[in-house]
Design a protein around this ligand. Structure first.
Ligand SMILES: Cc1cc2nc3c(=O)[nH]c(=O)nc-3n(C[C@H](O)[C@H](O)[C@H](O)COP(=O)(O)OP(=O)(O)OC[C@H]3O[C@@H](n4cnc5c(N)ncnc54)[C@H](O)[C@@H]3O)c2cc1C
Length: 558
């Protein structure tokens, strides 16, 4: 059976009654489904898009305590986040890795050096990481060679950690499946079913095949992120979520070189921004704005956000003269923040919220870093409703230990063996053993191996090309034009594993290219009058048409 046939079989064989149905396959839903399944509850998770296609693939990818929350006086959130960071670092090598942070300080800047020092000391005391260091201008300059030198008084170095957010979700989902959960992407929770005024199930629709099913559930968990209010409306819930958009620009590392994360203040409004290395590129982020776009559409960076980020980077790294044309890609996410009407969106709390409304348990507002705590809190609420499980094990791993791939297996360098072990968990050894010899090579311009592409297509529930290239692997973010040049090579593996024929491939390629243009492009400044460019077409940076192989038809396209 290919991946498409396996998915169709899973849909048609779906049980009609569950202990728990989780709506939403981002990090929150993945965490809840895994804890529920680990504790013996029959669990189904559905996502109307792909797993992690919401905010959980669009974050800043930091597994961190959040120094900012400490500065705002939210000591508890910082403390919990630092503990979770340390746990994830210990349990997820290869997926969650340390990253150094530099904090340059300037004459006349507020908060000043003393305040940063005190905050970092408190931050350090909460966790188990390396102690922060105070830096003189002479120490800092070689560590961040392109930062603004005028007024530099030195700075600080400290350590946090980073991850691949989408792969974190996929790993937690995989652990849910290994614990007995069923997870299905591209299945929309269309409506709640109510009996005697309480939630008793869901109507779900397979958005691939178009058919709908009515399922019974003893509890429904609403982990729908920024869209959580839609389901809540059916049980009389009012507006809870204030959707806040945050966007990033992606640069080639050679054009925006930073060896570790650099945190700096925007010269216009003083907001903190940062630039940091990720998967061989440099990410620049982030904004924090009310998002008024439709929540069932992918968000995208606006031209004003791109200008704002670029102005910030030019202020902090003047020698680099960064421009929109230097960026490879952008991505935007919508924070599912619980709104309290604060004038400044950045002042809204990032704390998790749990609400039980007639049996619909909404879990939202938390961070990627604290997903395990949110999931356990949800399990406590589920136990109150279901009277099961008898006992909750609060000490279960945030990421389960699996036998790692030993360095040198099939000639793999230690760094690759570690990365594969972290990203693919218990499945990593099989991925490596089953790889074709010529697939243990790197996909050009990325840290990935061709074997990962085939593995993901075969085993990880990808339905569309963007599932494969934007979330299983992150080619769409790391390469110009979403990796268009590689599509002829991707085609063979994708078609063979996903059961696509030529026509399927061509539809998928068209869909992918359109998505990259519309949602992941880099807005360009309007051209001066008379240059002949259409100033409205700010995202049109996909050039050329890389078509591989045969014209359309019904034959298998591999
Ligand atoms: C710009 C930005 C930067 C961030 N940086 C960090 C960071 O560095 N570190 C950190 O810890 N946190 C960070 N966060 C916060 C973190 O990313 C989010 O809190 C987290 O990803 C939210 O996960 P979620 O599962 O609740 O929501 P989502 O990931 O959005 O998942 C919700 C899912 O529900 C699905 N869904 C919605 N409606 C339905 C329906 N009717 N039926 C079925 N499925 C449905 C959606 O398709 C979606 O996949 C950041 C957030 C943003 C926006």
């Amino acid at each position: 059976m290919n991946a498409r046939e396996r998915r169709a079989a899973a849909w048609s064989g779906l049980s009609s009654a569950w202990d728990v149905i989780v709506v939403g396959g981002g990090i929150t839903g993945a965490g809840v489904a895994r804890e529920a399944a680990r504790h013996g509850l029959s669990t189904l998770l559905v996502d109307r898009g792909d797993f992690a296609s919401g905010t959980s693939s669009r974050s800043s990818k930091l597994v961190h305590g959040g120094l900012r929350y400490l500065a705002e006086g939210n000591v508890r959130l910082t403390w919990e986040s630092v503990r979770e960071r340390d746990r994830l670092l210990a349990e997820g090598p290869g997926l969650v890795e340390p990253i150094g942070f530099l904090l340059p300080t300037y004459r006349g800047q507020r908060p000043g050096r003393a305040a940063y020092g005190a905050g970092l000391l408190a931050y350090h005391l909460m966790g188990s990481g390396a102690r922060h260091r105070r830096l003189s201008p002479a120490d800092l300059a070689p560590m961040a060679p392109h930062v603004l030198e005028e007024g530099l008084t030195g700075g600080y170095w400290y350590r946090d950690s980073q991850t691949d957010d989408a792969r974190l979700v996929l790993r937690v989902l995989d652990e849910a499946v290994l614990a007995g959960a069923t997870v299905l992407n591209h299945v929309d929770a269309e409506a709640l079913v109510l009996a005697s005024g309480a939630v008793s199930g869901l109507v779900v629709r397979d958005t691939v095949g178009g058919t709908a099913r009515r399922l019974r559930a003893r509890a429904v968990v609403n982990a729908a992120g920024a869209a959580a209010d839609r389901l809540r409306a059916a049980v009389g819930g009012g507006t809870l979520i204030r959707p806040l958009r945050g966007s990033h620009l992606v640069f080639p590392a050679w054009r925006f070189p930073v060896a570790q994360a650099v945190s700096f203040r925007h010269p216009g409004d003083g907001r903190p921004l940062f630039a940091f290395p990720w998967e061989g590129t440099t990410l620049l982020g982030t904004t924090d704005l009310d998002h008024d776009g439709p929540l069932d559409e992918e968000p995208a960076i606006s031209p004003a956000e791109a200008d704002y980020l670029l102005a910030g980077a030019r202020g902090a790294f003047p020698a680099l003269s960064l421009a929109a044309a230097d960026a490879i890609a952008s991505f935007a996410g919508v924070r599912p923040v619980v709104g309290t009407g604060k004038a400044d969106p950045s002042r809204e709390s990032r704390d998790q919220v749990l609400l039980d409304e007639k049996g619909l348990l909404t879990v939202t507002g938390g961070k990627l870093t604290t997903f395990r705590r949110s999931a356990l809190a949800a399990l406590v609420a589920l136990r109150a409703r279901l009277r099961r499980p008898a006992r909750i094990d609060f000490a279960l791993a945030a990421l389960e230990t699996a036998a790692p791939v030993p360095a040198g297996t099939r000639g793999l360098p230690a760094a690759d063996a570690r990365r594969l072990s972290g990203r693919y968990g218990a499945r990593a050894p099989r991925l490596v053993e089953g790889a074709r010899a010529d697939e243990l090579r790197r996909i050009p311009g990325t840290p990935y191996l061709w074997a990962e592409l085939r593995w993901a297509a075969r085993n990880e529930g990808a339905v569309h090309l963007d599932d494969l290239l934007l979330r299983r692997l992150r080619l769409g973010l790391l390469l110009p034009e979403g990796g268009a040049e590689l599509l002829p090579l991707v085609r063979a593996a994708a078609c063979a594993e996903l059961g696509w024929d030529n026509r399927d491939w061509e539809m998928e390629e068209e869909r992918y290219r359109a998505l990259i243009r519309a949602k992941y492009g880099v807005p360009r400044p309007a051209a001066p009058a008379g240059r002949g460019d259409d100033p409205g077409d700010v995202r049109s940076d996909v050039r050329g048409d890389v078509r591989g192989g045969e014209p359309g038809g019904e034959r298998a396209c591999a």
